[in-house]
Design a protein around this ligand. Structure first.
Ligand code: NAP
Ligand code: SF4
Length: 679
């Protein structure tokens, strides 16, 4: 498929972009790395080389009140501006434009100098911001203009003024956070004044050639947010003030509606962007859950937007655009919207990277010089660790043979993609399969490789990626017919009844609960899960696609539960506490609405025809259930490693076969990829 609209040039203000793909701003935390500048240059230059038309930098505060946290990017001095030159030069050398994003965090700032229009505390920040006095507002406007002026000195083609997602500018526009009664609050016109003045004054100071993008919330998704008509008013005022284009954000960070995770249908917020596009004459960029060139082309061809802004898809595959252009879209490593290595890393104060692409924001750690000796490599196990190792080693020129005891590639990924919220994992499998094929890897399916066979192969390097085996708890009656493994339930080999107990509340226990509570019994026989339609998503989360109400919200439609499910654990800790920060709350909320129950502090007694016997606080009880699903964690599958050791063969072990306790795809793919570079 070709992408005629996506790949066509577009005029934005005084500039021509080579295609319609903008790399959206991302917070990577690379600024905290010891060799921050080298890493940032490598990161952005690689994306420019991969074909995007324009890159928006991470948010830079215009003053010392606006950084997200101490040490976050800021731009307030000439010396700092000149230090950006090597970065902007590197991006320009690959033919892309670059904007500096000016981000004032307002009430979201995680430091003591936080400010906001009226001193209203955000529910996601324990700090109460100081209310800006009128003189502070004038000073802040000057700071925005200074920052934009410095951006030009730093070699940027323009700026993106960050006016979405609940940061300072949004806080001015909304009565939720703006309680002022002076010229900066009250009427809609007054609330929009701060945003309008920023754009107007930047344009006046920097002239017509400087590109000004304004990023605005196409829908707020919070109570007392703007209505559609008010959003239109703001957009028109921003256009009149001199912006060249609008970029879009969806929802405030404090919204209790998922906006970017895999629970959101692809293109789920198109409705809000198409609406915004109709209100203005300047180009509009669509964003949020657009992760394939097909969908991007569809949105543009339908006239719903003029450009697409993709951020995480550029972490996942820096060469997204070139692959689409060269007819290699099936080789794109698609962002699966898991947030596991990007946002969740940021939330735990680590630099972002990507589950599907461990080289993202780690470009300087990988030396792509081809190896001097081409080796024959055997990789045993075609789960995420083995697949990552095999395709990377083969791409580097090694001759790779991949052994898998199952009849298909994928391992745990085959399970993940069958969980309702995780259907995007199918894209990762598609990517791996395509890379296996194009790199000429010899695949042996349905083959349990033993030490003898591997020894006869005469390989230079042996990689054991045999994964995990599910733990079987030592409970009397564990072999009762009511008891099934999670793998059998997920693969639809076992059918669950109407009353289900799940042993274990880890990530897999929650996944199984989602599966059992989302689908009805008949649907459990279906192998492929149909992702929710936007309409189903709007019903579930209470989204008003007409944006007739403040914030574009309405009452959610409570889902029906096809069965009762109870998750059990022996520990007294909060179940699900270790789920990913950016997706765990979504899953917990979904399951709460479906009446999931949890039991902690359990001692398992036995399983028999009556059900699951257990005690809590010394009291003996029985759960009368039809099905008991075991999700009691994993143990490393080390049989082959032991055999190879006995046979005196040297090998490397990666993924779950190495450590089962913190098994996750981020680590597995990272280990596989890094080992391939060391072979
Ligand atoms: P897990 O997170 O280690 O949880 C294992 C559960 O089984 C715990 O609730 C534990 O609770 C229970 N358990 C352990 N030993 C037991 C025993 N002998 N008898 C009875 N219960 C026992 O394992 P998992 O759920 O299999 O997940 C594995 C990994 O996959 C996780 O580390 C995670 O990284 C990843 N994962 C994450 C997600 C996600 O974040 N959404 C989803 C899937 C997988 P008690 O010991 O308190 O009983
Ligand atoms: Fe996308 Fe997941 Fe990678 Fe983040 S970690 S960029 S959400 S695939």
């Amino acid at each position: 498929m070709s992408y005629p609209t996506l790949l066509s040039p577009i005029r934005i203000g005084a500039h021509t972009l080579r295609n319609r793909v903008v790399m959206g701003s991302m917070h990577t935390r690379l600024e905290y790395a010891p060799d921050a500048q080298r890493r940032e240059i490598a990161f952005y230059a690689e994306r420019a080389r991969g074909g995007v038309a324009m890159i928006v930098s991470a948010g830079h505060s215009p003053n010392d009140e606006g950084p997200m946290e101490a040490g976050s990017h800021a731009l307030a001095t000439r010396a700092a501006a000149l230090a950006h030159r090597p970065l902007t030069d590197a991006v320009h050398a690959h033919g892309a434009k670059m904007l500096l994003q000016i981000l004032h965090a307002g009430a979201y700032a995680k430091h003591d100098r936080a400010v906001s229009p009226s001193g209203v505390r955000s529910p996601i920040n324990p700090r109460t911001p100081r209310a800006l006095a009128a003189a502070d507002i004038e000073r802040t406007l000057d700071d925005f203009v200074r920052c934009a002026t410095l951006a030009r000195e730093g070699g940027y083609d323009g700026v993106e003024v960050m006016g979405s997602e609940g940061y300072l500018i949004t806080e001015f526009t909304s009565p939720r956070t703006n309680r002022r009664d002076d010229e900066w609050g009250g009427s809609l016109e007054n609330r929009c004044r701060f945003a309008v003045e920023i754009v107007r004054r930047v344009r006046a100071a920097l002239g017509p050639d400087f590109l000004i993008a304004y990023r605005m919330s196409a829908v707020d998704l919070v109570e007392d947010g703007l209505t559609g008509a008010e959003i239109d008013h703001l957009a028109c005022a921003i256009e009149a003030a001199g912006a060249d284009m609008l970029n879009t954000g969806i929802g405030w960070h404090e919204a209790r509606i998922p906006t970017i995770a895999y629970h959101v249908p692809r293109g789920g917020f198109r409705y809000a962007i198409a609406r915004l596009k109709r209100a203005v004459n300047i180009p509009v960029a669509a964003s949020n859950r657009i992760n394939t060139p097909e969908l991007a082309e569809e949105i543009l061809a339908a006239g719903e937007a003029d450009l697409v802004s993709m951020a995480r898809p550029m972490l996942a595959d820096p060469h997204f655009v070139n692959k689409a252009r060269d007819g290699r879209a099936d080789e794109i490593n698609t962002c699966i919207a898991c947030n596991q290595a990007c946002l969740d890393n940021i939330f735990s104060e680590r630099a972002a990277t990507c589950l599907v692409n461990p080289k993202a924001a780690r470009e300087t750690e990988f030396d792509d010089t081809p190896p001097t000796t081409k080796k024959r490599v055997a990789v045993i196990g075609a789960g995420p660790a083995g697949l990552a190792c095999a395709i990377t080693a083969a791409a580097r020129g090694h001759a790779v043979e991949l052994f898998e005891s199952d009849s298909a590639l994928g391992g745990q990924l085959e399970l993940a993609r069958r969980i309702p919220g995780k259907y995007e994992f199918a894209e990762l499998l598609r990517y791996f399969r395509r890379q296996v094929e194009r790199n000429g890897i010899t695949v042996h399916l349905d083959t349990r490789a033993d030490a003898q066979r591997i020894a006869h192969g005469g390989y230079d390097r042996i990689v054991v990626a045999t994964g995990i085996v599910a733990r079987t708890p030592d409970i009397e009656g564990i072999d009762h017919p009511k008891v099934v493994s999670y793998a059998d339930v997920v693969m639809r080999r076992a059918k669950a009844g109407h009353r289900v107990a799940v042993i274990g509340t880890g990530g897999i226990g929650f996944d199984v609960a989602e599966l059992l509570l989302e689908l009805d019994v008949a649907d459990l026989l279906i192998d492929e899960y149909e992702p929710p339609t936007p309409e189903e998503f709007f019903d579930e989360w209470g989204v008003d696609p007409a944006i007739a109400t403040p914030g574009g919200l309405r009452a959610p439609v409570l889902p029906k539960s096809p069965r009762s499910v109870i998750l059990m654990q022996r520990a007294h800790s909060r179940p699900g506490a270790r789920l990913g920060t950016s997706t765990g709350w979504i899953l917990r909320e979904k399951l709460k609405r479906r009446h999931l129950r949890t039991l902690t502090g359990v001692t398992y007694r036995r399983i028999d025809d009556a059900g699951l016997h257990y005690s809590v606080d010394g009291e003996e009880r029985v759960l009368e259930v039809d099905t008991i699903v075991v999700c009691a964690g994993q143990e490393s599958s080390q049989g082959l490693a032991r055999e190879l050791t006995q046979a005196g063969l040297a090998f490397d072990v990666i993924g779950g076969a190495r450590v089962a306790s913190e098994l996750n795809a981020v680590r597995a793919i990272d280990e596989g990829t890094r080992l391939a570079y060391r072979l």
